[in-house]
Design a protein around this ligand. Structure first.
Ligand code: PAN
Ligand code: ZN
Length: 191
């Protein structure tokens, strides 16, 4: 393998070159939101783009460092901010670095034992996601929230637990600012 570079457009989050781009629309996020009625209403209006991920062409193998940018668009479903699906790494003892380029957001993390923590992110914030922590990001601002992520090549992605249960906390807007509250729909993971 040869050394290589990628150009990052700091304003749009676009990478050049990139291997692939993943687009997650509202219709890809069914069941993810607290307010099912608000979700259906919004979906009837438009199948909005919630977020996009540009991936650099790096092998998903031990020793490698795949990296990608995520662009989360501003918006809410009911009072809940637009967010990523969220996942644990399949190889759970792998960490990750998030570097915020633009906008404002939250990085929500949770262990399998339901210890929740969060980091507020703005341009210049470098966040460290320790091993064993599920992670999801939300856009709490009015513009695009853009960050670069770097993770171990053998990390893998496990979406199942979050798809089934969500996170123990949700981030909602209350009187104009983000509030973390208990997720009333959350069911604990079986022992
Ligand atoms: C990130 C995420 C990215 C999209 O690159 O994959 O922000 O979020 P979801 O994968 O949860 O849809 C990362 O954490 N990679 O490991
Ligand atoms: Zn990850």
């Amino acid at each position: 393998m040869k050394p290589f570079k990628t150009l990052l457009n700091m304003k749009s989050g676009e990478l050049n070159p990139y291997k692939g781009v993943i687009e997650r629309r509202l219709s890809d996020t069914k069941g993810m939101w607290l307010d099912a009625q608000a979700y259906s209403k919004l979906l009837n209006q438009e199948d909005k783009l919630i977020y996009k991920v540009y991936e650099v062409d790096v092998p998903q193998k031990s020793g490698q460092l795949p990296h990608c940018t995520t662009i989360i668009y501003p918006g809410k479903v009911g009072s809940e901010y637009f967010m990523t699906k969220g996942h644990f790494h399949l190889k759970e003892d792998t960490a990750e670095i998030y570097f915020c380029l633009q906008g404002e957001g939250y990085l929500l993390m949770q262990t399998r034992q339901e210890q929740v923590s969060y980091i507020q992110m703005k341009s210049g914030t470098i966040a460290y996601v320790p091993p064993y922590q599920g992670h999801r990001t939300m856009n709490t601002g009015d513009e695009e929230f853009i960050f670069l992520a770097v993770y171990p090549g053998d990390a893998g992605h496990d979406y199942k637990a979050v798809e089934e249960r969500g996170f123990a906390k949700v981030l909602v807007e209350e009187r104009g600012s983000p509030q973390l509250m208990r997720n009333p729909k959350y069911v604990s993971e079986p022992e």
